[in-house]
Structures are given as C-alpha cells and as structure tokens.
Design a protein around this ligand. Structure first.
Ligand code: UGA
Length: 445
C-alpha cells in the first residue's frame, strides 16, 4: 500500500486517484474547488463517466479513498504526489502553466519528507525538469524530490475501462527509486510499462494525441474527395484499416474532433515546435481541416434544406462524443450558432449533457431530453454525436413527427439501416446517398 495524494480532481485526477485506491493504495484526491470536494464527499460525481461512481463508492467505504481541500496536509501525509491540475490553452495556443506552478510552490512549502512528484497533466516538454527545479529552489526543508512524467492516455466515456487495462504506462524519470515505485503502481494495470526520460514521456503524450487527430483529419479530407468523386469513405476506411499497419481505429469520418484534448494538444504541439524555431505545417493542416468540417456540415444542412431561414433544425447530440457530458470544444458549440446565423431555430437533444450545454449555448437552442420531442415540427435532423439511443431510435416515428420533405444530416455516418427506408432526404459525410447501396453496405458492414 502506497500513500498517494492526487492534486486536481478533474477528469484525469479523479479517475487516476480512484483507480490507485481501487488497486489497494491509500489515496487522497485534493482540489482547491471546495464545492467539488463537498460534492465528492457527499458521494456525487462531478462528471459523468460510466462505472466511476461505483468504484469511488467502494473505495471510500473501504477507507482507501478520501477527498480534501487541505493540500498541505495531503502533501505531508503522502510519499507520492500526482499533479493532475488543468493546463488550459493560453491566448497564444500554448499550455497555461499557472496551476502547475502554483502546485509546485505549495509542494515546496509543505515538504516534510522525500517525495516522488509525478506530473500527470499534459505539459510542454521540459516542464517536469523545470517543476523539479522550482520545488528544489523553494523547498522549506532539504528533502529529496524525484520528478516523474507519467502521461495519461485514457479516453472520456471509457476512462475506467481504459485505466484498468492500459495498453501502456509511460514512466519518464531519471530516478531509479521513483521508477520502481511508479512501475509497481502500474503492475496490475498496464500491459506494457515503458521507461523513458522525462522529456520523452512528455513528448509521447503530445505525439500520440496529435497522431490520432491527424488520422481523423486525414480521413475527413478523404471524405471530401469521396463526396466529389462518388466513392464511399466508410468503404475506404474499412479497406485501409484491413492493413494492420494502418488499423481501423480513428478513421471514422464526420464533423471532426472535439473535447478537452485533441483541439488543445494539437495547438500546443505547434507552439512547442514554434518556440523551438520550427514549423509544423502538417499539424496546421490537421487543425484547419477540423475547423472546416464544422463549417461544411452547416453548409450541408443549409443546402439540403434549401436555405435555413424560418426552418427548424433538431440537433441530435451535444456532448463532444457519446458517454460523456463534456461540452469542451464540442462541434455543437460552433455549429448551433452558425445554424442560427442562417436563420434556423434549433431544438437540441442530448441524453445527459443538457445542463452543461445550456451553460455555454444559453438561449440559442431549446433543450429536449426526448429525441421525438426535439424532432416534432422540425425540417431537419442533424446528428452530431453517435449516442446509443440515436443509433437505436425509431426513424419512421421521427419522420412522421417532422415537416416534409424531412432532411436527415448524419454528421457521424452512424445511421441504422432503418433510417434509410423511413423517407428522409439523407446526407452524410464522404458518402453520396444511394438508398440501395448504403442500406446493403450498412447491413453487411
Ligand atoms: C483523447 C485520446 O484518445 C486519449 O488517449 C487521451 O488520453 C485523451 O484524449 C487525453 O489527452 O486526455 P478523448 O478526448 O477522451 O481522448 O476522446 P477520443 O475518443 O479520442 O475522441 C476525440 C474526438 O475525436 C471526439 O470528438 C470523437 O468524436 C472524434 N473522433 C474519434 C472522430 O471524429 N473519429 C474517430 O475515428 C475517432
């Protein structure tokens, strides 16, 4: 059993702390946000993440997991300090280090024994080294500080599953002792444990997210060419993915990537290149394509509806992806205001992200917890998130509730077979709608 303090109870911190408690360690998760800590202490999850509340509850009950705003006490009682505070995007596009620096100073002031300080947050290359120096320069007592970079690779919506069965744990450190400690924390969790320098571990994180984002923008550019040439991007992705060197994952064309990671990390990586005197035109193109996909779906809706003035669009799915209530950089945040600018009224549906969406979109949309309510009287349905209940909806019923001709724009190429026979004018991304071929392809794929 190790004594661990996790500083920052955002997505990454909360899941990381919970998993370490679940595997038998004593963990305190800290945050300066007293409201969030109160909520967690009362057993309420600040985020929606399948499976998380169950293991939080068990670990709290079995006294391995607790929550606190007392950072100093948590630091003093732990041997391993995981920093998982936010690194939001600064105005220049690089990662804002304010919270990381503040935590480093608090560790320096509170230090009462040797500590292993692990940076879990996504930080620019060189941060681990710099934070180590900062703590050592300001430490209240000359205890040893071993720095580690241990980047996070979990995905929202499958975070618990990912964290319990990691493909890899990357541990960047020059300290033998710290490596052994952090590696043993991951023994039962990760298929592969890889040791690197701090700088390489920091870079692996950016390079991984940037590469996945590149796959998405690549297939989205191919989708645009498919639309012009009559090819079907879903077949292209399947055909490409059968080559194991390419693989099937992250080749789903659609409205592009959102969330708290890809948009921020692609820009931050560009800044890292720039501040080191280099250009990264590939990354620039990835970002540009992603922004274009959001505009092009609005054009698609507008064209299909023959103009949007006075029309009603039912937007299906607001969260940036299914199984999360996270609205950060969700495509809906650009697309709904753009639909409004074209004169449309927007009725928005999401199974869980409505409170979060309402906070940022306000009165730009009306909000509905029923797909059928949202579709009633609409001219267009626009699918932005492939939630399970959108895949399983009764498309004949939806069609019957709408104004006719009824348009269905599928921003995720995710429609079930039934949708093709319901009577809609269907538009997808990178596929020219031909009812027979598509229905057949969908059922055989
Ligand atoms: C991503 C990475 O996948 C994680 O490995 C990483 O740990 C995390 O960022 C992070 O840095 O914290 P996440 O943002 O939760 O995870 O979501 P993804 O499943 O990667 O999806 C990102 C976006 O890409 C979503 O908007 C999704 O709809 C979109 N996407 C994904 C596509 O448009 N096409 C695809 O084929 C796959």
């Amino acid at each position: 059993m190790k004594r661990i303090a996790v500083i920052g109870t955002g997505y990454v911190g909360l899941v990381t702390g919970t998993i370490f408690a679940h595997t038998g360690n004593r963990v305190v998760c800290c945050d300066v946000d007293a409201r969030k800590i109160d909520q967690l202490q009362a057993g309420h999850m600040p985020i929606f993440e399948p499976g998380l509340s169950d293991i939080v509850e068990t670990s709290v009950r079995e006294e391995r997991l607790s929550f606190s705003t007392d950072l100093t006490a948590a630091i003093q009682e732990a041997d391993i300090l995981y920093i998982a505070v936010g690194t939001p995007m600064s105005a220049k596009g690089d990662a804002d280090m304010t919270y990381i620096n503040r935590v480093a100073m608090t560790i320096a002031e509170a230090i009462n024994s040797p500590k292993i300080v692990v940076i879990k947050s996504t930080v620019p290359v060189g941060t681990g080294h710099r934070v180590g120096q900062l703590i050592r320069e300001h430490r209240a007592a000359p205890h040893e500080v071993a720095m580690v970079s241990n980047p996070e690779f979990l995905r929202e919506g499958t975070a618990v599953k990912d964290a319990l069965a990691m493909e890899r744990a990357v541990i960047g450190t020059s300290s033998e002792v710290a490596y052994k400690e952090i590696a043993s924390l991951h023994e039962t969790l990760a298929k592969t444990i890889m040791r690197t320098s701090i700088e390489s571990a920091e870079m692996i994180k950016y390079a991984s997210n940037a590469f996945l984002a590149t796959k998405i923008s690549f297939i989205n550019d191919i989708a645009s060419i498919c639309e012009a040439t009559g090819a079907d991007v879903s077949d292209i992705a399947r055909g490409m993915g059968l080559d194991p060197r390419i693989g099937h994952q992250f080749l789903k064309a659609g409205v592009g990537f959102g969330g708290s990671c890809f948009p921020k990390d692609t820009k931050a990586l560009m800044r890292i290149a720039e501040t080191n005197g280099m250009r990264f035109p590939l990354m620039n193109a990835v970002i540009e394509t992603n922004e274009r996909m959001r505009r092009s779906i609005v054009d698609k809706v507008n064209n299909a509806a023959n103009g949007l003035q006075g029309k009603t669009v039912a937007v299906f799915g607001l969260a940036f992806k299914p199984d999360t209530n996270d609205m950060r950089d969700a495509p809906a945040l650009d697309i709904i205001p753009a639909l409004r600018e074209h004169g449309a009224t927007v009725k928005a549906y999401d199974p869980i992200a409505i409170p979060e969406a309402r906070e940022v979109l306000g009165s730009r949309a009306s909000y509905h917890t029923s797909l059928y309510e949202a579709a009633k009287g609409a001219d267009v349905i626009l699918v932005l998130t492939e939630w399970k209940d959108i895949l399983q909806a009764d498309y004949h019923r939806l069609y019957a509730l709408m104004n006719h001709p009824a348009v269905l724009v599928d921003g995720r190429n995710c429609l079930p077979d039934m949708a093709y026979s319901a009577g809609f004018d269907i538009r997808q991304v990178g596929r020219n709608y031909e009812p027979h071929t598509l229905a057949k392809a969908a059922s055989s794929g």
